[in-house]
Design a protein around this ligand. Structure first.
Ligand SMILES: C=C(O[C@@H]1C=C(C(=O)O)C=C[C@H]1O)C(=O)O
Length: 506
């Protein structure tokens, strides 16, 4: 059984009222919060929608860029290219930021999950993207402006060149274009394109230059030809070349031994170079023809030796009878058993000391000629012309022998010019000292160069279809001549000089 007091009943009622009010307040507060949340969500949705639209716009722009990138980047420098690349990478980064299902409500749902930091980065990325895009657009515009303005200066340049070049101006009209200098810019602009004008101008200048080059080449060839003629004149006409007798050359007009000078002796040596060069050229007509030098091949009755030896021996025997070796300039290769001269004796001027007759180094000459020199200028092979080959060899050998033994005359002149210098070394039989005294290196250098040149001049293949008459081929390699003189002719000439001087005071 419950007993209800009137005071207790009032208390309960007011408590219930309080709770009810609190609940109402809470409901109202919750509603406000809910409204705020809905507003926030709407704002976020709008924001994302804007971003999405922005991206779509920029995507479209990007595609536009790509379609014109050939134009834009053909003249773009590296920096611009790298800027654009960085713009693209930024764009792709940003795109990937919102890519999953962009354009659907999922974006919104996902965006709603994004924290504040992500949103800040996103907005920042978009700002950069916009800035980059603007920059690219500006660059593109500038490039287009530049391309337009380029045409004008080019025309100006052409105009100036045309004004400056009278001959070119006259030729320009020959192309059917009239370039009016007052209205040049407008005419050129509306007429022939500047690049075409430039190309033609270039062609004209090139043609003119080619013409000039041809003129100069012709003049050069002419000068070379004249030079060559002069060279041949000089080389082929040494002084005192009228007489084939070397002594006669060296003794000059007076014909006395005292008329022999170092200059005249050297002139004679120069003349003898010609004989040697021609001798080698003649021998070079034949290949080596090695049977010529084989004793077993020759098998000549009553003679032991090769065909070359046989020919030399028999030729010398005949020439001895004809008086050849009564001349102090001549030295036989086979002096043993030489027949005496059968011709009236010639009055050879006695220039040399009588002991000179005992000097004959032909064996050394024979050896270096067959063992070393021949293979340097005669082609390998065998054409069967052994007799002619042997005769050619003898001509060379005799020319070399004459030249080398001419050292006796050189030594005599040198001794006569300064006997006091030579006498001590002669008495002391000091070969080295004598060799030093008689050696003149500068003369030797000149000799080597000259004989090589003679090989070029005398031994060139002469043709009619080249301007200078030569095709650059030589019958004997010029370097063989300088080597012949350097290694054998001059050293042996000096050896003869030393030998002569050693006997000079006997
Ligand atoms: C023949 C001379 O003597 C020496 C020998 C030379 C030669 O054989 O060509 C050249 C110079 C000299 O060293 C000379 O002085 O002319």
């Amino acid at each position: 059984m419950f007993l209800i007091y009137p005071g207790q009943c009032r208390k309960d009622t007011s408590f219930n009222l309080g709770v009810g009010c609190s609940l109402l307040y809470l409901i109202a507060a919750s509603k406000t919060e809910l409204t705020k949340m809905v507003e926030l969500r709407t704002e976020m949705e709008m924001l994302l929608q804007n971003v999405k639209e922005d991206l779509q716009r920029k995507d479209a722009l990007h595609k536009q860029f790509e379609s014109i990138d050939t134009l834009a980047y053909s003249t773009t420098d590296v920096q611009e290219g790298s800027n654009f690349n960085s713009w693209l990478s930024l764009q792709s980064q940003t795109t990937s930021y919102v890519l999953p299902d962009s354009g659907t409500i999922t974006v919104h749902d996902q965006s709603l999950k994004c924290d504040t930091l992500q949103q800040d980065e996103y907005v920042e990325g978009m700002g950069e993207l916009e800035a980059e895009l603007e920059a690219e657009l500006e660059r593109l515009q500038t490039r287009l402006d530049r391309d337009n303005s380029l045409k004008h200066p080019l025309q100006e340049r052409i105009k100036v060149t045309v004004e400056d070049t009278d001959s070119v101006r006259s030729r320009s009209s020959s192309f059917g274009e009239v370039i009016d200098l007052q209205n040049a810019s407008t005419e050129v602009h509306s007429g022939v394109p500047p690049t075409e004008l430039q190309r033609r101008l270039h062609e004209l200048l090139e043609a003119k230059q080619q013409e000039r080059i041809k003129e100069l080449e012709a003049a050069l060839e002419c000068a070379m030809h004249k030079l060559r003629e002069k060279e041949i004149e000089l080389v082929c006409s040494p002084p005192n070349s009228r007489d084939s007798n070397c002594m006669a050359e060296a003794l000059s007009d007076s014909g006395s031994a005292n008329a022999l000078t170092l200059d005249s002796v050297r002139e004679s040596l120069i003349r003898q170079e010609d004989t040697i060069v021609f001798g080698l050229i003649e021998r070079a007509r034949f290949p080596i023809n090695s049977p010529t030098y084989s004793a077993s091949y020759a098998n000549i009755p009553g003679f032991t030796g090769s065909l070359a030896q046989f020919v030399a021996h028999e030729t010398e025997a005949l020439q001895a009878k004809a008086g050849r070796f009564t001349n102090p300039e001549e030295h036989p290769f086979f002096p043993k058993d030489l027949p005496a001269s059968v011709v009236p004796s010639q009055n050879h001027t006695e220039v040399l000391h009588p002991s000179a007759a005992s000097i004959n180094i032909n064996m050394q000459i024979w050896d270096f000629y067959f063992d070393k020199l021949l293979a340097l200028f005669a082609a390998p092979g065998d054409d069967g012309n052994y007799a002619a080959t042997a005769a050619s060899d003898l001509v060379c050998l005799q020319a070399l022998s004459r030249r080398i033994h001419y050292g006796k005359f050189v030594a005599e002149v040198k001794f006569k010019e300064s006997p006091k210098e030579y006498e001590p070394a002669i008495r002391a039989k000091d070969r080295d000292a004598l060799m030093k005294l008689l050696t003149v290196e500068s003369v030797e250098e000149a000799v080597k160069k000259r004989v090589a040149k003679k090989a070029m001049v005398f031994g060139q293949e002469v043709t009619l279809n080249t301007t200078d008459g030569s095709n650059g081929k030589y019958k004997v390699d010029p370097s063989v001549l300088s080597r012949l003189y350097e290694e054998w002719v001059m050293p042996l000439t000096k050896l003869v000089q030393v030998e002569y001087l050693l006997r000079r005071l006997d």
